[in-house]
Design a protein around this ligand. Structure first.
Ligand code: ADP
Length: 491
């Protein structure tokens, strides 16, 4: 039996408590998968106003009340609530400060759609608060595994301010990038709020072009860096646009950077057991899929037409996800024999466009502009195809959910989409892939999928290929475990 390691996961969001994107799904299942490898995992996240104490049975930890957290020239007080992750019993700590976190959104105000003005202070407080909480708690992690900009300062605090603190002796950090484009970039005045040493404010250290950038700081100070697919790990080092200004930093840390593909939570995303869908099904009995298709169309008030495929999208409506291509080719798309269902929220111009499109094509197109987990499951179960024409995609979860539900992905060849979707050809492969980021290429791939769909024998083959894919967390967790052990130099 190998030595169990203590791993603390720190994240701005965790399913089922708070979610804006795929990061939350990962945080809801990776810690358990890491425990299954023989380790002890715990989680820390902010206690947002939207997290319902009663529903999740959060309770106060008396010992962890009014912890002092330095912030600029003042001190703020932090309290901690705790509960077990409902799916797996992983101990989850919620760092609480009413002024900073009792709001309707996580990072952005839902009404104005603007980032909160004080996100620098909120997350400086959170990062520093994590370390102060650990000391009060008396639980010393071997590794603090940080995720995205929201926890990116912890490696710097450990290296620069807690390096002589006996409590953290030997504690190492891993920093995982889930999306390099969201960096937590702030005015340099954040440096003073963080209390990180001014002497380190240089291009090799804390500074990023005269600004305070959480992501850059994480990349510089973490002991190891990972990202969520092998392809994305390569792209962000080589592609100027995808590197979002951090290519130099990433290349400097090339030896410490690796890609580990996310898994999916098969307790939540499995058509054989999914409780949100109309009829459960599996690869040997696909009749249930048609029932889900009928239920989906009925719910969205679209007519069911035998032989007409339903293409779907569930996504944040942002440029990254390829919506400019969809908007550009929308009228042409609507000329094809298909129906199209969309679920998502995001940029106003896209929401407006799809609202108008729904009026123009009432029999063919449906747009639901909300965050609706239950509908997301029914769409995965009922649609025939899933469109993901992303400009870039660090890992992407929806293409994996889609494959598991026999909903064939049509994707652009980027990031994790390359590592999970293989072009269908002569009975082999599980989806349709296009290379160039153009509306023409996307339309070509859609037409190819429609062509194959007409030959149901071939289509069943591709559906079964997709459903047979293995995206369980186990293989990813093994890779993280190997990395933890390499870092701690233990077997
Ligand atoms: P990203 O993290 O970039 O948003 P991913 O594909 O990794 O993209 O993860 C997106 C997650 O968010 C998936 O679980 C997807 O189903 C979910 N999601 C996105 N928008 C919605 C929505 N409007 N309603 C329900 N789920 C959504």
């Amino acid at each position: 039996m190998s030595k169990p390691l203590k791993i603390l996961f720190v994240s701005g969001e965790v399913v089922p408590f708070a979610k804006t994107g795929g990061l939350a799904d990962v945080m809801g299942s990776l810690p358990q998968a890491v425990e299954d490898q023989g380790n002890e995992a715990r989680i820390m996240m902010p206690k947002y106003g939207i997290i319902n104490d009663r529903k999740f049975r959060l309770h106060d930890v008396l010992r962890l009340k009014d912890i002092k957290v330095p912030l600029g020239d003042r001190e703020e007080l932090l309290s901690v609530k705790v509960t077990a992750l409902p799916s797996s019993k992983i101990q989850t700590y919620f760092l609480y400060h009413e002024g900073f976190f009792k709001r309707d959104g996580l990072y952005t105000s839902p009404s104005t759609k603007k980032d909160y003005q004080d996100n620098d202070e909120r997350f400086i407080f959170f990062n520093r608060g994590v370390l102060e909480t650990l000391k009060q708690l008396g639980w010393k992690p071997d590794i603090i595994h940080c995720h995205d900009w929201m926890s990116a300062l912890i490696p710097a605090y450990l290296k620069l301010m807690y390096k002589n603190d006996p409590f953290f002796k030997g504690t190492k950090t891993i920093y995982t990038v889930h999306n390099l484009a969201y960096q937590g970039a702030f005015h340099k005045s954040a440096l003073q709020k963080s209390k990180l040493p001014e002497s380190e404010y240089t291009p090799e250290g804390l500074e990023f072009y005269d600004s305070f950038n959480f992501m850059k700081i994480g990349l510089i100070y973490a002991d190891l860096i990972t990202t969520v697919s092998e392809r994305y790990a390569e792209e962000i080092r080589t592609d100027e646009e995808l590197a979002s200004g951090l290519k130099g930093v990433l290349n400097k840390r090339k030896r410490d950077l690796s890609g580990i593909l996310n898994g999916i939570d098969e307790n939540v995303w499995s058509p054989a057991t999914d409780e949100f869908i109309e009829k459960q099904f599996n690869a040997d009995d696909l009749a249930g899929k048609t029932e889900n298709k009928k239920a989906l169309l009925k719910r969205l008030k679209l007519p069911y037409k035998e032989g007409t495929p339903v293409i779907s999208i569930i996504s944040r409506l942002v440029d990254q996800k390829g919506f400019d291509l969809i908007v550009e080719s929308f009228d042409k798309l609507m000329q094809l024999d298909l129906q199209f269902v969309l679920l998502g929220t995001g940029q106003k111009e896209y929401e407006d466009f799809f609202r108008a499109a729904e009026k123009k094509y009432p029999e063919k197109f449906s747009a639901t502009m909300s965050f609706n987990d239950e509908l997301a499951h029914l769409i995965e179960a009922g649609a025939d195809m899933f469109l993901m024409p992303s400009k870039y995609e660090p890992c992407g979860l929806n293409q994996m959910y889609s494959l598991k539900y026999g909903t064939i992905p049509i994707v652009r060849a980027t990031g994790g989409l390359v590592d999970t979707v293989r072009q269908y050809k002569s009975g082999k492969g599980n989806g349709f892939v296009f290379e160039k980021y153009t509306a023409g290429e996307m339309m070509k791939a859609i037409k190819e999928a429609l062509e194959v769909y007409r030959d149901q024998k071939n289509w069943v083959k591709i559906v079964q290929n997709g459903m047979a894919s293995d995206f369980s967390w186990e293989s990813s967790a093994k890779k993280y475990d190997a990395l933890y052990r390499k870092l701690m130099e233990v077997k």
